[in-house]
Write a protein that binds this ligand. Structure first.
Ligand SMILES: [Zn+2]
Length: 219
Protein backbone atom coordinates (compact mmCIF):
# COMPACT_ATOMS: atom_id res chain seq x y z
CA UNK A 1 0.00 0.00 0.00
CA UNK A 2 2.73 2.40 1.08
CA UNK A 3 4.77 1.48 -1.97
CA UNK A 4 1.89 2.09 -4.34
CA UNK A 5 1.14 5.43 -2.67
CA UNK A 6 4.77 6.46 -2.96
CA UNK A 7 4.93 5.49 -6.58
CA UNK A 8 1.78 7.51 -7.27
CA UNK A 9 3.42 10.54 -5.65
CA UNK A 10 6.59 10.05 -7.66
CA UNK A 11 4.52 9.75 -10.81
CA UNK A 12 2.59 12.93 -10.17
CA UNK A 13 5.82 14.79 -9.33
CA UNK A 14 7.27 13.76 -12.63
CA UNK A 15 4.27 15.10 -14.45
CA UNK A 16 4.22 18.37 -12.58
CA UNK A 17 6.73 19.79 -15.04
CA UNK A 18 4.13 19.53 -17.81
CA UNK A 19 2.15 22.72 -18.11
CA UNK A 20 -0.67 24.38 -20.05
CA UNK A 21 -2.25 22.32 -22.79
CA UNK A 22 -0.23 19.25 -21.75
CA UNK A 23 -3.25 18.45 -19.58
CA UNK A 24 -5.17 17.67 -22.77
CA UNK A 25 -2.71 14.88 -23.61
CA UNK A 26 -5.23 12.10 -23.01
CA UNK A 27 -7.66 13.46 -25.57
CA UNK A 28 -5.09 13.63 -28.38
CA UNK A 29 -4.23 9.96 -28.71
CA UNK A 30 -6.45 9.44 -31.74
CA UNK A 31 -5.46 8.16 -35.15
CA UNK A 32 -4.09 4.89 -36.39
CA UNK A 33 -0.74 3.32 -37.05
CA UNK A 34 0.02 1.09 -40.00
CA UNK A 35 0.00 -2.63 -39.22
CA UNK A 36 3.80 -2.85 -39.30
CA UNK A 37 4.17 -0.17 -36.64
CA UNK A 38 1.53 -1.49 -34.23
CA UNK A 39 4.17 -3.33 -32.22
CA UNK A 40 5.99 -0.05 -31.62
CA UNK A 41 2.96 1.76 -30.30
CA UNK A 42 3.90 3.89 -27.27
CA UNK A 43 7.44 2.55 -27.30
CA UNK A 44 9.65 5.35 -28.61
CA UNK A 45 11.63 7.69 -26.44
CA UNK A 46 10.60 11.32 -26.22
CA UNK A 47 12.88 13.74 -28.08
CA UNK A 48 13.09 15.97 -24.99
CA UNK A 49 14.17 14.70 -21.58
CA UNK A 50 10.91 14.29 -19.69
CA UNK A 51 12.45 15.86 -16.60
CA UNK A 52 12.95 19.14 -18.45
CA UNK A 53 11.21 21.93 -16.58
CA UNK A 54 8.01 23.43 -17.98
CA UNK A 55 7.31 21.22 -20.96
CA UNK A 56 4.25 22.49 -22.80
CA UNK A 57 2.58 20.13 -25.24
CA UNK A 58 1.27 23.17 -27.05
CA UNK A 59 0.31 21.98 -30.50
CA UNK A 60 -1.19 18.58 -31.10
CA UNK A 61 -1.45 16.51 -34.24
CA UNK A 62 -4.13 17.21 -36.83
CA UNK A 63 -5.54 20.32 -35.19
CA UNK A 64 -5.22 23.93 -36.40
CA UNK A 65 -1.68 25.23 -35.92
CA UNK A 66 -1.27 26.49 -32.35
CA UNK A 67 0.81 29.48 -33.37
CA UNK A 68 -1.05 30.16 -36.61
CA UNK A 69 -4.68 29.06 -36.19
CA UNK A 70 -5.79 30.93 -39.33
CA UNK A 71 -3.55 28.82 -41.51
CA UNK A 72 -5.74 26.67 -43.67
CA UNK A 73 -4.12 23.37 -42.83
CA UNK A 74 -3.88 20.83 -40.08
CA UNK A 75 -0.82 20.51 -37.87
CA UNK A 76 1.27 17.63 -39.18
CA UNK A 77 3.15 16.98 -35.97
CA UNK A 78 3.52 17.65 -32.27
CA UNK A 79 4.85 20.90 -30.78
CA UNK A 80 6.80 20.69 -27.54
CA UNK A 81 7.36 24.15 -26.13
CA UNK A 82 10.49 24.34 -23.98
CA UNK A 83 13.29 26.81 -23.32
CA UNK A 84 15.51 27.66 -26.27
CA UNK A 85 18.70 25.63 -26.08
CA UNK A 86 17.00 22.50 -24.76
CA UNK A 87 18.73 19.39 -26.06
CA UNK A 88 16.93 17.26 -28.63
CA UNK A 89 17.50 13.55 -29.13
CA UNK A 90 15.99 11.39 -31.85
CA UNK A 91 13.13 9.08 -30.87
CA UNK A 92 14.70 6.44 -33.12
CA UNK A 93 18.10 5.14 -34.01
CA UNK A 94 18.86 5.45 -37.66
CA UNK A 95 20.44 7.75 -40.19
CA UNK A 96 20.29 11.48 -40.53
CA UNK A 97 18.98 11.37 -44.07
CA UNK A 98 18.58 15.09 -44.46
CA UNK A 99 19.23 18.28 -42.61
CA UNK A 100 18.37 21.62 -43.97
CA UNK A 101 17.39 25.12 -43.05
CA UNK A 102 13.77 26.03 -42.69
CA UNK A 103 12.33 27.71 -45.79
CA UNK A 104 11.11 30.61 -43.57
CA UNK A 105 14.49 31.52 -42.14
CA UNK A 106 18.05 30.32 -42.23
CA UNK A 107 18.10 30.49 -38.43
CA UNK A 108 16.17 27.24 -38.05
CA UNK A 109 17.30 23.78 -38.99
CA UNK A 110 15.28 20.61 -39.62
CA UNK A 111 16.76 17.14 -39.31
CA UNK A 112 15.25 13.95 -40.73
CA UNK A 113 16.19 10.66 -39.08
CA UNK A 114 15.19 7.45 -40.81
CA UNK A 115 15.15 3.93 -39.39
CA UNK A 116 15.24 1.30 -42.06
CA UNK A 117 14.33 -1.33 -39.51
CA UNK A 118 11.09 0.41 -38.51
CA UNK A 119 10.40 2.05 -41.84
CA UNK A 120 9.96 5.25 -39.90
CA UNK A 121 11.06 8.79 -40.62
CA UNK A 122 11.13 11.32 -37.77
CA UNK A 123 11.58 14.97 -38.61
CA UNK A 124 12.93 17.10 -35.78
CA UNK A 125 12.25 20.67 -36.73
CA UNK A 126 13.11 24.18 -35.53
CA UNK A 127 16.54 23.33 -34.21
CA UNK A 128 19.32 25.80 -33.67
CA UNK A 129 21.54 26.06 -36.73
CA UNK A 130 24.60 25.64 -34.56
CA UNK A 131 23.49 22.00 -34.61
CA UNK A 132 25.56 19.56 -32.65
CA UNK A 133 25.15 16.65 -34.98
CA UNK A 134 26.12 18.19 -38.27
CA UNK A 135 27.76 21.52 -37.67
CA UNK A 136 30.32 21.37 -40.43
CA UNK A 137 27.97 20.20 -43.13
CA UNK A 138 24.97 22.41 -42.50
CA UNK A 139 23.12 23.61 -44.51
CA UNK A 140 24.23 21.49 -47.42
CA UNK A 141 22.48 18.17 -47.86
CA UNK A 142 24.95 15.38 -47.55
CA UNK A 143 23.04 12.52 -48.96
CA UNK A 144 25.97 10.23 -49.82
CA UNK A 145 27.43 10.45 -46.36
CA UNK A 146 24.54 9.96 -44.00
CA UNK A 147 25.39 10.26 -40.37
CA UNK A 148 24.42 7.52 -38.00
CA UNK A 149 22.16 8.62 -35.18
CA UNK A 150 22.72 6.56 -32.06
CA UNK A 151 20.63 6.12 -28.99
CA UNK A 152 20.86 9.11 -26.65
CA UNK A 153 22.78 11.12 -29.20
CA UNK A 154 21.93 14.80 -29.10
CA UNK A 155 20.98 15.87 -32.62
CA UNK A 156 20.54 19.52 -31.84
CA UNK A 157 19.02 22.16 -29.61
CA UNK A 158 15.70 23.95 -29.75
CA UNK A 159 16.16 27.27 -31.53
CA UNK A 160 14.76 30.62 -30.46
CA UNK A 161 11.47 30.88 -32.35
CA UNK A 162 11.23 33.56 -35.01
CA UNK A 163 8.19 35.48 -33.75
CA UNK A 164 6.00 36.11 -30.76
CA UNK A 165 2.60 34.48 -30.43
CA UNK A 166 -0.14 36.77 -31.78
CA UNK A 167 -2.52 38.34 -29.24
CA UNK A 168 -5.47 36.32 -30.56
CA UNK A 169 -3.96 33.12 -29.16
CA UNK A 170 -5.15 32.32 -25.66
CA UNK A 171 -1.92 31.25 -23.99
CA UNK A 172 -2.70 29.28 -20.80
CA UNK A 173 -1.94 31.32 -17.70
CA UNK A 174 0.74 29.02 -16.30
CA UNK A 175 2.48 28.97 -19.69
CA UNK A 176 2.36 32.75 -20.00
CA UNK A 177 4.01 33.02 -16.62
CA UNK A 178 7.01 31.01 -17.80
CA UNK A 179 7.31 31.81 -21.50
CA UNK A 180 5.27 34.97 -22.00
CA UNK A 181 4.41 35.11 -25.69
CA UNK A 182 7.59 33.49 -26.89
CA UNK A 183 7.23 30.15 -28.64
CA UNK A 184 10.51 28.24 -28.68
CA UNK A 185 9.50 24.71 -29.53
CA UNK A 186 10.44 21.43 -31.12
CA UNK A 187 8.16 20.30 -33.92
CA UNK A 188 8.14 16.53 -34.39
CA UNK A 189 6.70 14.77 -37.45
CA UNK A 190 6.58 11.01 -38.07
CA UNK A 191 6.03 9.16 -41.35
CA UNK A 192 5.81 5.52 -42.27
CA UNK A 193 8.07 4.83 -45.25
CA UNK A 194 8.51 1.06 -45.56
CA UNK A 195 11.03 1.14 -48.40
CA UNK A 196 14.10 3.25 -48.00
CA UNK A 197 13.97 6.13 -50.47
CA UNK A 198 16.82 6.41 -52.93
CA UNK A 199 16.85 10.17 -53.14
CA UNK A 200 16.21 12.98 -50.70
CA UNK A 201 13.26 14.15 -52.74
CA UNK A 202 11.51 10.84 -52.22
CA UNK A 203 11.26 11.60 -48.51
CA UNK A 204 9.17 14.61 -49.38
CA UNK A 205 6.66 12.88 -51.57
CA UNK A 206 3.13 13.41 -50.36
CA UNK A 207 2.71 11.17 -47.38
CA UNK A 208 0.20 11.00 -44.59
CA UNK A 209 1.80 11.97 -41.27
CA UNK A 210 1.27 9.83 -38.17
CA UNK A 211 0.22 11.09 -34.76
CA UNK A 212 3.57 11.15 -32.90
CA UNK A 213 1.80 10.60 -29.58
CA UNK A 214 0.86 7.09 -30.72
CA UNK A 215 4.52 6.21 -31.08
CA UNK A 216 6.01 8.02 -28.10
CA UNK A 217 5.95 6.31 -24.71
CA UNK A 218 2.79 6.91 -22.81
CA UNK A 219 2.92 9.68 -20.24
ZN1 LIG B 1 4.50 22.51 -35.21
Amino acid sequence: MLISTLSEIIKSCRKSNFIGRSREYGSHLGGTLPEALQQFKHSLRWPIDLDTPNIHLAGYFNEPDYNDPDKNSRHRGLDLQVAAGTKVVSPIRGKAVFHQTDPRTADLMNVGVYSEKLGLLCILAHLDTSGILLPESYPVLRWENQDQVYRDMVVGRVAPWISRLPEQIAVPKDVRKVYGRTYNHLHLECYYIPNKPRTVNEYYQKRAPLNPLLLLRKL
